[in-house]
Each structure stands twice: as structure tokens, then as C-alpha cells.
Design a protein around this ligand. Structure first.
Ligand code: FMN
Length: 124
């Protein structure tokens, strides 16, 4: 979501969300790659300090970086998008430390099952 003053806007929203009985707040903030925000533009730690409920982060996390984010208190939970899409048995692969299927970005947002339900599970 774009905003002309994201830190002020989303800090206000996070504060107000404390007054609602929502189950969690989920933020996508890419940790790496060309769309990763510059350090000064990152909001997750600011929001973490304001929002008192369960905070879920995602955006380019892998097993180790996800665990580190939880252990450091940066988030309560990490969600996985692309990695889960390409690895339907992702929890098992995390436990075994891989191997991981390589996501095929050419199949993203295409609207049929290819690239959504046909990645092999471990042992297949
Ligand atoms: C093919 C594809 C479909 C997605 N569909 C949705 C969706 O329907 N709703 C949603 O909130 N996010 C959707 N996402 C975004 C992911 O949930 C996630 O926020 C994003 O991929 C960043 O996390 P990741 O780096 O772990 O993949 C989609 C992402 C991909 C690649």
C-alpha cells in the first residue's frame, strides 16, 4: 500500500488497531531483492513497538531468516508465500533443512493449476 507519509499513517493505524479485537496484524516488508525498502523506509520495527497484538511479517523470508526474526522479537510469526507455493510440504522441508524446489516465476498469477498445485513433494 502506498502513502505519501507511510510512517505517520501506518503508525496511527497500528495504534488504533490496538483498540479493536483483531486476531493479528500482517505486514509485508520484503527483506531482500529489488523491492526491498531502504533501511530508513522500513516500518516493521516501528509498528512492532506500537501494535500490541500478534504481528506476522513476510516478504522474502527463508527458514533461518524467519527463525531469527521470531527469536529477535521482530515478529511473532512469519508467513511464507512463494516458498510455500513451490514447496507444498514446506514445514517438513524446513525440519530437514531442504532441499527446496525452485519457484518458477513465469507461472505466477497465470490463473491455472500449473505452478500452483504441481510442485513435487519430498520423495516424489
Ligand atoms: C502467485 C502469488 C499469488 C499470491 N496471491 C496472494 C493472495 O491472493 N492474497 C494475498 O494476500 N497475497 C498473495 N500473494 C502474496 C504473498 O502472500 C506474499 O505476501 C508475498 O509473496 C511475499 O511473501 P514471500 O516472499 O514469502 O512470497 C501472492 C503471491 C504470489 C507469488
Amino acid at each position: 500500500m502506498a502513502d505519501s507519509n507511510p510512517r505517520e499513517t501506518f503508525s496511527y493505524i497500528a495504534k488504533e488497531l490496538n483498540n479493536l479485537k483483531i486476531v493479528y496484524l500482517h505486514m509485508e516488508e520484503p527483506v531482500k531483492g529489488s523491492i526491498a525498502p531502504a533501511p530508513e523506509a522500513r516500518l516493521a520495527s516501528t509498528i512492532r513497538g506500537i501494535y500490541k497484538g500478534t504481528l506476522i511479517l513476510n516478504g522474502g523470508y527463508e527458514s533461518q531468516t524467519g527463525n531469527e526474526a521470531i527469536e529477535s522479537g521482530k515478529a511473532d510469526l512469519i508467513s511464507y508465500g512463494v516458498l510455500f507455493l513451490a514447496n507444498p510440504d514446506l514445514p517438513e522441508r524446513f525440519k530437514k533443512n531442504g532441499p527446496f524446489n525452485t519457484p518458477d516465476r513465469s507461472t505466477f498469477y497465470t490463473g491455472d493449476e500449473k505452478g500452483f498445485t504441481d510442485y513435487p513433494k519430498l520423495g516424489n
